[in-house]
Design a protein around this ligand. Structure first.
Ligand SMILES: [Zn+2]
Length: 162
């Protein structure tokens, strides 16, 4: 049986629906900005595959151990969307291994999540690319990039206040 890319894509999405517990590919690709500007942010097969791997290997297990709600404010961004939201030129959001995570409880709770993810990755002997505490006005989130452009895992930790 020949499985072409089209079938593979739906196989991945199907598989995702069955195996992913907390996060979904849909949550990782949806974007109010893309909708507003009419940008098609659909993932390619490769990106969809990356998103499933990211969720199954990292995000879902972390969420399980964290034990409370975590939402994704921005996951995958196609280059056009990344540009529209003012993302960095080589932003990890363009490759499917990156998510901006939000939790209720303000800045303190986001910092706790940052510490938690840092220790979790260390405990599981996994590297990451970036773990950035970001704030813009009253909105705080954690930019968590597992694998960046060209497979980068630089273990960068920063506070970024816009
Ligand atoms: Zn981000």
């Amino acid at each position: 049986m020949v499985i072409n890319n089209h079938h593979l894509f739906f196989y991945i999405l199907d598989k995702g629906v069955q195996d992913m517990k907390y996060f979904s590919v849909d949550e990782m690709v949806r974007s109010a900005t893309a909708k507003k500007l009419g940008i098609d942010n659909s993932p390619t097969e490769e990106i969809a595959n990356n998103l499933v791997l990211f969720i199954e290997t990292v995000l879902d297990p972390i969420r399980e151990d964290w034990g409370g709600p975590i939402s994704v404010s921005s996951g995958y961004r196609c280059p056009e969307l990344n540009k529209a939201v003012g993302g960095a030129k080589n932003s990890g959001h363009q490759y499917g291994f990156c998510a901006d995570l939000q939790v209720k409880g303000g800045m303190k709770r986001v910092r706790e999540l940052a510490d938690f993810i840092f220790m979790w990755m260390k405990d599981h002997q996994m590297k990451f690319d970036e773990l950035l505490f970001e704030r813009s006005g009253n909105v705080t989130w954690l930019h968590f990039c597992w694998i960046g452009k060209d497979g980068k895992q630089r273990m960068k930790c920063f506070d970024i206040v816009k």
